[in-house]
Design a protein around this ligand. Structure first.
Ligand SMILES: C[S@@+](CC[C@H](N)C(=O)[O-])C[C@H]1O[C@@H](n2cnc3c(N)ncnc32)[C@H](O)[C@@H]1O
Length: 298
């Protein structure tokens, strides 16, 4: 089947038969204005999410993409990628915010050098160059290919179920957990799992201090309890000291096709079926290897 995000976007809206735009329900302002619009590069994303060629070859969603150069670079390499962000409703404000965030980020890092390790970047100059070229790549592609950049706001995305193989979330979830609460995170992760088979989130700590997010272990347990596979996985990137794990979630596989006829009865479960039920197999709980990783990460 040919993949077409634009028509998936349209079909999603058709399905809900809305005639008015969706209301903005996020705890943030209409442009997510308490969250900086940053511009990380393709190279940084590859490291944050430990992306190999197989992962990069799928249908990818970058959410929330901000002014990142990931989608522009991947598309130029022939990848299938869509970027979503709540700030895509107003291009001039977005670009102004991105330029400000870049200057602010550089200044914050210069004055908090002890909080960072430079092994991955090598030096300040290389980091600055990556961010500058990412912003340039984004700006050019945003103007050239507007259909790749869709306005959207977690925790409700404008796509039908399973539109993507992989959703990437860099520096929104957990990073801004002083602004976005536990309930919002839970809804946001479920929504990402609805539109993508696999979801990867980096980093898992609060911005600035790098403090652990207190509700992360409970969130992992809740999603595991629903049968999703949830792992905390080390990645080949560390910048904030001791911050080198991503959250990887794989959606529970549906055992039965969605029923269109509400009167049709569900097939009876056989004994061997329930033994092979992935919802049972994946319930490792906090004592399982993943649970240990969650505690190690903090
Ligand atoms: C810190 S930036 C990260 C941008 C990019 N992923 C990166 O790593 O450079 C966070 C982004 O989240 C967007 N944002 C804030 N709240 C959002 C929401 N509820 N849904 C979607 N995007 C949101 C902001 O507009 C901003 O661009």
């Amino acid at each position: 089947m040919r993949w077409d995000t634009k028509s998936a976007f349209r079909r999603s809206n058709d399905r809900s038969e809305r005639t008015e735009p969706r209301p903005v329900t996020s705890p943030l302002g209409p442009y997510g204005d308490r969250v900086l619009v940053t511009s990380r590069s393709f190279e940084e994303y590859v490291a944050f999410f430990d992306l190999d060629d197989e992962a990069l070859g799928g249908r990818i969603l970058d959410c929330a993409a901000g002014a990142s150069g990931f989608a522009a670079t991947l598309a130029a390499r022939g990848g299938q990628v869509t970027a979503v962000d709540s700030a895509y409703t107003d291009a001039p404000v977005l670009l102004e915010q991105a330029a400000l965030a870049r200057a602010d980020g550089d200044a914050m890092i210069d004055s908090n050098d002890h909080r960072f390790v430079w092994d991955w970047y090598g030096c300040h100059e290389h980091r600055r160059t990556l961010r500058a070229s990412a912003l340039d790549a984004f700006t050019a592609d945003f103007a050239r290919s507007p259909g790749r950049y869709l306005p959207g706001r977690l925790a409700e995305l404008p796509f039908i179920d399973g539109t993507f193989d992989l959703a990437l979330c860099s520096h929104l979830l957990f990073t801004w957990s002083d602004v976005l609460d536990e309930q919002w995170h839970e809804r946001a992760l479920r929504e990402l799992l609805r539109v993508a088979t696999e979801v990867r989130v980096f980093p898992l700590v609060l911005k600035g201090t790098g403090a652990p997010v207190s509700f992360l272990p409970a969130l992992v347990d809740a999603l595991r309890g629903e049968g999703h596979t949830v792992d905390v996985v080390p990645v080949p990137y560390e910048f904030q000291v001791d911050t080198h794990d991503m959250l990887r979630l794989r959606r529970r596989r549906a055992r039965w096709p969605v029923r269109s006829d509400p009167h049709r009865r569900r097939p009876k479960r056989r004994r061997e079926d329930s033994e092979g039920d992935p919802r049972r197999a994946d319930r490792g709980g906090p004592a399982g290897p993943v649970g240990r990783d969650v505690h190690r990460a903090h």
